[in-house]
Design a protein around this ligand. Structure first.
Ligand SMILES: [Zn+2]
Ligand SMILES: [Zn+2]
Length: 349
């Protein structure tokens, strides 16, 4: 075992604080990563505060947008060498034998993924997984990503969750030149969705209730902006879009966004409101519309996305913070006061 410095929460009510954790001994196919940066995702807050079905195992060490350097490798490792820059995203294991795993859609593993934090390892050790708010992580090479980027590593970290979460559904919906895409919810996920949809050649519209997002939407590459703060603001856009990507995490209904979709239009859902959204069946049958949910992406697709971003110079917009700033960062995220992702510099720990 290796004792590693980390930051975590001991219960749902207390702020995060320094602690030490044990990392397992290097196994045959393990990669030992010295963590440089870790993005801060809304899931981290939900887990720390035990807001998702009460399943948080304390102490919890969050973080699943990890960038680091390979410090050591197990004897059987073939994909990585010492000194290489790598990433670890939302999952660190899955069953590897169900249809989803064999088809390389590990995120939909029939037995469930092993999350990078707050999960129990599959190896029978009973060890709880701890995430990237720590100095080092040891994980199986099959769930480690190769990072070609050398310059803007902070801007790459959020690609491992926010990036793949929006890339995967846009690819699934075959977004390409000539298509009209609307993005609602311009936060950590939404800002990546805009960048990807633009990169795929689509005509992109940001829909927001806040006029202050207009300049940002343009900066991110969006072609149009629609202010949706008044009840009838979306009426002129009925049946106008091929795709609406919904990245709103606050409670809302789907009907209003379904109405924006033309023939065979798709509402891509990546935001996770707490309460069940309403869907009017008439809004669904008109134009043969569909609602498609999507959760992160498989390992191969995540690698494809990282390589695509490297080639096209696509990064997340970030604010780099020291580890000790994390509790303030959470408060600011809850208020929506971040453009668009906090990334922790682990050299500060
Ligand atoms: Zn995440
Ligand atoms: Zn599986």
């Amino acid at each position: 075992m290796t004792t590693v410095k980390a930051y975590g929460a001991f219960d749902s009510k207390k702020p995060l604080a320094p602690l030490t954790i044990e990392r397992r001994d290097l196994k045959e196919h393990d990669v030992h990563v010295e963590i440089m940066y870790c993005g801060v995702c809304h899931s981290d807050i939900h887990t720390v505060r035990n807001e998702w079905s009460g399943n948080t195992k304390y102490p919890v060490v969050p973080g699943h947008e990890i960038i680091g350097l390979v410090k050591a490798v197990g004897n059987g490792v073939t994909k990585f060498t010492v000194g290489q820059t790598v990433g670890v995203g939302v999952m660190v294991d899955s069953c590897r034998k169900c249809k989803s795993c064999i088809d390389r859609h590990e995120q939909y593993c029939a037995e469930g993924i092993i999350g990078t934090y707050n999960a129990i390892e599959r190896d029978g050790s009973g060890m709880i997984t701890y995430g990237g708010y720590s100095k080092e992580i040891i994980t199986d090479e099959n769930y480690v990503l190769n990072i070609k980027e050398t310059e803007n590593l902070v801007g790459v970290a959020p690609l491992l969750c926010a990036g793949i979460t929006t890339y995967s559904p846009l690819k699934f919906a075959q977004v390409k030149e000539g298509m009209k895409v609307a993005v609602v919810g311009l936060g950590g996920l939404g800002h990546m969705a805009v960048k990807f949809a633009v990169a795929f050649g689509a005509e992109v519209t940001v829909i927001s209730t806040s006029a202050s997002k207009q300049a940002d939407a343009q900066k991110l590459g969006a072609h149009h902006f629609v202010l949706s703060s008044t009840p009838n603001a979306l009426k002129p856009y009925d049946s106008k879009f091929d795709i609406v990507l919904d990245a709103i995490s606050a409670d809302h209904d789907y009907t209003g966004y379904l109405n924006l979709l033309g023939l065979n239009g798709k509402l891509l859902v990546v935001g996770l409101p707490e309460h069940q959204p309403k869907v009017h069946p008439f809004a669904l049958i008109k134009n043969r519309r569909s609602i498609i949910g999507s959760m992160i992406g498989g390992i191969d697709e995540t690698q494809e996305m990282l390589d695509f971003c490297h080639e096209k110079k696509i990064y997340s917009e970030v604010e780099t913070i020291p580890m000790s700033y994390i509790n303030e960062a959470y408060e600011r995220m809850i208020k929506g006061d971040i453009k668009y992702r906090f990334v922790i510099d682990l050299s500060s720990l």
